[in-house]
Ligand binder design. Structure first.
Ligand code: NDP
Length: 283
């Protein structure tokens, strides 16, 4: 079974659009997401364009602020301070990565936690690990939604996560743990990775290496979630971290790239923006 993040996200976005359509009558306006893009990295430009398109579909107001790569950290912090103070901005997203001369951690920490739609603010991260209410990071949240929609049982199963980044590997591990999976986190220093991944009932791969996980690393019947977004060195086309052709023969459930985790990430960003808006309206 191939789980289509594209289909699920289309359905969830349609539901959100219906919800947002009622907001002007109720709250006087729609949610407003501000996205800051620094520089012109093609990957970042395409992600920001995708976020603007999804906002339009859902009825969320989107302001994309484009700044040259030479912007100073102080200037960027100044823009964030203005957006923090703007009562009509509900969500602030700084597209990563930032140019090397800018301290990403400092920039993320400067965003008002209540407007941190990416869930990257240190207070949101701490809240996630302490099981406190928080904005969940979009990709891990989307992965759990995909698993739930596919009817995958998580409780009591062995989940192996390949990759330990702050934006995917670590938080998805925590969400799987909270859903009562037994979680193993692996990384570039893991010895005999295949032996560990073969123990997975649920395998989540987020490493950024084209087609790295091959069929021999996957147990028959496993559920495989491929987070990777890479260029296939042979064809130049988008591909995941999982060798889809081989692994789909063994997996019971698998996500494609493109059309799997990616659309769910954007969908969860829309959901987070609505949640931030509603929390602010309640105050
Ligand atoms: P990072 O580069 O931040 O982290 C990569 C992780 O993979 C590290 O923990 C690293 O280990 C581990 N790793 C690298 N090589 C190996 C290896 N050979 N064996 C085992 N582990 C390895 O990547 P991200 O988490 O940011 O992204 C991962 C992928 O997911 C990328 O392709 C990215 O484009 C994609 N992505 C997709 C999203 C979506 O919405 N679909 C959203 C975010 C990311 P170590 O810590 O030891 O270095």
């Amino acid at each position: 079974m191939i789980i289509s993040g594209k289909e699920l996200s289309a359905k969830l976005k349609a539901d959100m659009a219906a919800e947002v359509a009622a907001f002007p009558a109720k709250y006087g306006r729609v949610p407003h997401l501000a996205v800051i893009l620094v520089g012109e990295d093609p990957g970042s430009v395409s992600y920001v364009t995708g976020k603007a398109k999804a906002s339009a579909e859902v009825g969320i107001r989107n302001t994309t602020i484009r700044k040259p790569a030479e912007i100073t950290e102080e200037e960027l912090l100044g823009i964030i301070a203005e957006l923090n103070a703007d009562d009509e901005v509900d969500g602030i997203l700084v597209q990563l990565p930032l140019p090397k001369h800018i301290d990403e951690d400092r920039v993320i920490a400067a965003i008002d936690r209540a407007k941190d739609v990416d869930g990257f603010h240190p207070q949101n991260v701490a809240a996630l690990w302490q099981k406190q209410p928080c904005t969940l990071p979009c990709t891990p949240k989307g992965i759990i939604k995909l698993l739930r929609a596919a009817g995958v049982e998580i409780e009591g199963r062995n989940a192996v996560v390949v990759g330990r980044s702050n934006i995917v590997g670590l938080p998805v591990s925590k969400l799987l743990l909270d859903a009562n999976a037994t979680v193993t986190i692996t990384h570039s220093r893991t010895r005999d990775l295949g032996a560990v991944t073969r123990g997975a009932d649920i395998l989540v791969v987020a490493i950024g290496r084209p087609k790295f996980v091959t069929a021999d690393m996957v147990r028959e019947g496993a559920v495989v979630i491929d987070v990777g977004v890479n260029r296939d060195p042979d064809t130049g086309r988008l591909c995941g971290d999982v060798d889809f052709a081989g692994v789909s023969e063994r997996a019971s459930v698998i996500t494609p790239v493109p059309g799997g985790v990616g659309p769910m990430t954007i969908c969860c960003l829309m959901e987070n923006t609505i949640e931030c808006f509603l929390r602010r309206m309640a105050h």
